[in-house]
Design a binder for this molecule. Structure first.
Ligand code: ADP
Ligand code: MG
Length: 344
């Protein structure tokens, strides 16, 4: 086993840029939360903002308990230890698994939540990083196939030797759950940042759009640009978020290609997805990162219910035509806008 010699994590690098609201009658409530292994911030404006944020915090803590793969008694922990038997779980688990299964199918297997045994072999679950041998990876890949996951009513079943993890979708699902609480409390203006997953409700209290920063993958402390959005999720997957450098000098990151069981290296270093559903955007950002540039563009053209901003490994910015007008560059780099009706 080869040992990693440097590790970098940055879960809070995509900070939303917020303009303070002035002279507004509504209350603003903001809270910082550490959950799901990441820093989160919730901000809501409205008469009931305090109660909404308190309820949202509690919901995040509940979902963390339900989804945590390292907790033996969580839904995911029990599913992974059931040796192939059916397990009774919460409605949240069934719902998030259905989204994941749907995205696994839609992405031709690029999203694969049953890759967990391979992620574990790389040490991405514990931080004890290593580079597994080829035969170790190929043996583990025999137990990775999301079509074998069944999730219906209140029951989930996966085959013996299989294990799943919701790292690619849990934060997006949690963001949707938080926004549901905000709406129940009649909050018309809110922004949340769950470790780089930004979700917005309505517009800023002054009626203008929210400005969300997109991290520069080559300098994660600075911004590549910003997007102006209302009422949607802006969710990024990048190879700079969690990685280690092997003693062969190579960088190994936490998004794996189910075809190879190795870090996905298909021409992209960052994928930002902009759309209405957090869980779907989160699943998509990981899936498109694995798919690589060409497949990602085809995927967007065939579905069309989201926009995306891709950064390629050779330093090009590629964005879909529905977001281009809302993007402001902070860094100079070659940029191409893709349209629905054109050749790739
Ligand atoms: P982040 O959690 O850093 O915001 P992502 O949403 O892209 O980024 O999720 C990455 C996480 O998803 C990994 O840490 C791992 O738990 C899991 N994962 C890695 N590769 C895949 C894959 N191909 N399909 C599904 N889940 C994956
Ligand atoms: Mg994701």
């Amino acid at each position: 086993m080869r040992k990693a010699f440097s590790v970098v994590m940055s879960g809070i690098c995509m900070m939303p840029l917020l303009t303070a609201c002035t002279n507004h009658a509504d209350t603003m409530k903001s809270a910082d939360v550490f959950a799901m292994d990441t820093y989160m911030n919730l901000k809501a404006y409205g008469r009931d903002a305090e109660a909404a944020v308190a309820e949202a915090e509690a919901r995040i803590m509940d979902l963390e308990q339900v989804f945590a793969v390292t907790n033996e008694t969580s839904d995911i922990g029990r599913i992974n230890r059931a040796n192939g038997a059916p397990v009774t779980v919460s409605a949240d688990t069934v719902s998030v698994l259905q989204t994941a299964r749907q995205m696994a199918a839609e992405s031709g297997g690029a999203l694969c939540i049953s890759l967990y045994p391979v992620l574990r072999a790389w040490g991405f679950t514990t931080g004890e990083y290593r580079i597994p041998a080829d035969n170790e990876i190929s043996n583990l890949l025999k137990y990775c196939d999301d079509t074998k996951i069944s999730a219906a009513d209140d029951t989930v079943q996966i085959p013996n030797n299989y294990a799943i993890d919701l790292g690619a979708v849990a934060k997006g699902y949690t963001g949707d759950a938080v926004m549901e609480i905000m709406r129940e409390h009649q909050i018309s203006s809110a922004i949340i940042n769950l470790g780089g997953n930004v979700q917005t409700l309505g517009s800023k209290p002054d009626g203008t759009a929210w400005t969300v920063g997109i991290t520069d993958p080559s300098a994660p402390d600075s911004l590549l640009g910003t997007v102006c959005v209302t009422d949607c999720a802006v969710i990024t997957s990048g190879n700079y978020e969690r990685y280690f450098t092997g003693d062969d000098g190579q960088k190994y990151w936490h998004i794996l290609d189910p075809e190879t069981g190795c870090p996905a290296d298909n021409g992209l270093v960052s994928v930002t997805v902009i759309g209405s559903c957090g869980a779907r955007c989160d699943a998509l950002s990981t899936a498109l990162f694995v798919e690589g540039t060409e497949r990602a563009v085809q995927h967007w053209r065939s579905v069309g219910d989201f926009e995306m901003i891709l950064v390629t490994s050779d330093g090009e910015l590629l964005m879909t035509d529905g977001i281009a007008a809302d993007y402001t560059a902070k860094k100079d780099m070659p940029c191409r806008v893709v349209h629905h009706n054109e050749e790739p």
